[in-house]
Design a protein around this ligand. Structure first.
Ligand SMILES: C[S@@+](CC[C@H](N)C(=O)[O-])C[C@H]1O[C@@H](n2cnc3c(N)ncnc32)[C@H](O)[C@@H]1O
Length: 271
């Protein structure tokens, strides 16, 4: 990112933080005043919860059970690695990983494509829940990369990129199911997706979260998917700086995108 772009992004981030403090803050928030990050998480979660409870989200809310006509009970596999797990104080992450596992179990995808490996937590869950003969392709920027990417990124994306390019070990290392996982490296805006066109059964978008990246990743995913496959996005409805909600609200004018109630997973069954 150029200096001017980064400066603009910082300004936007501060404006969003101020708006969220104003809208999501309350008397209890004052007790977190000495822990700025916890305070920001608290007000953001208040607003997230309000929007899902009040059904004020730009997408209809449907659980994976309902939207995919799943059987009445489904067994999923969940892992508890020492780092990167989505079971923490922000409960929507736990809903998201359960929904992703459910999606994988119900769809039985043979080819899964993920953008955004980080430490491999979601890749591991795809591998644990997909059929024996499935392949999980997961794309991230190369290790040791200088962090310069093609399109705009958010401040949080830059943090994730810094951490992912230093990743030494994946959480799936040592699991027998890791044999299903193939790591790919490149910038999703310039990566050559043509070998995957029309071949992907489940496409998960969790790379950079700017409007520009989520839009570009979605347009590539649509080319890779075939009728009956599913595209899923992480971090829909989160009120920090992220372009996922804006892009998906736009996409929903043409496609039946839905969101998990209480969670930040959005998904679309491709027709
Ligand atoms: C939110 S993290 C992904 C979390 C992950 N799915 C997990 O299991 O925890 C976002 C990841 O996307 C990667 N990323 C960001 N921009 C990217 C780009 N332009 N191309 C490919 N990967 C990118 C980051 O390096 C980071 O690892």
């Amino acid at each position: 990112m150029t200096g001017a772009r980064r400066f603009g992004e910082l300004g936007r981030t501060l404006a969003v933080v101020a708006r969220n403090l104003l809208l999501g803050g309350n008397v209890a928030a004052l007790r977190l005043a000495h822990q700025p990050r916890a305070l920001i998480n608290y007000v953001n979660e208040n607003l997230f919860l309000f929007q899902t409870l009040a059904d004020r989200r730009p997408l209809p809310q449907r659980s994976v059970f309902d939207a995919l006509n799943a059987p009445r009970d489904v067994t999923i596999r969940l892992a508890n690695p020492p780092t990167g797990a989505w079971f923490h104080a922000i409960a929507s992450y736990a809903i998201d990983i359960v929904s992703l596992c459910l999606l994988t179990r119900v769809l039985q995808p043979k080819v899964i494509f993920e953008i955004g490996t980080l430490q491999g937590y979601t890749a591991l869950h795809f591998a644990l829940n997909a059929p024996e003969d499935a392949t999980v392709y997961t794309l991230d920027l190369p290790r040791g990369y200088d962090g310069r990417v093609q399109l705009a990124t958010t401040v949080v994306d830059d943090e994730h990129i810094r951490s992912s390019v230093q990743t030494q070990r994946y959480v799936f290392d040592g699991y027998p199911e890791a044999a299903k996982i193939h790591c790919l490296f490149g910038d999703s805006a310039t990566f050559d997706f043509t070998p995957f066109h029309g071949r992907v059964d489940l496409f998960f978008i969790d790379g950079a979260h700017s409007y520009e990246y989520v839009r570009s990743d979605t347009l590539n995913a649509l080319k890779c998917c075939r009728p009956g496959s599913v595209i899923a996005w992480h971090d829909f409805g989160r009120v920090g700086v992220n372009g996922v909600s804006r892009w998906l609200a736009q996409l929903a004018r043409k496609y039946d995108v839905v969101a998990t109630p209480g969670g930040s997973l959005a998904y679309l069954v491709v027709k």
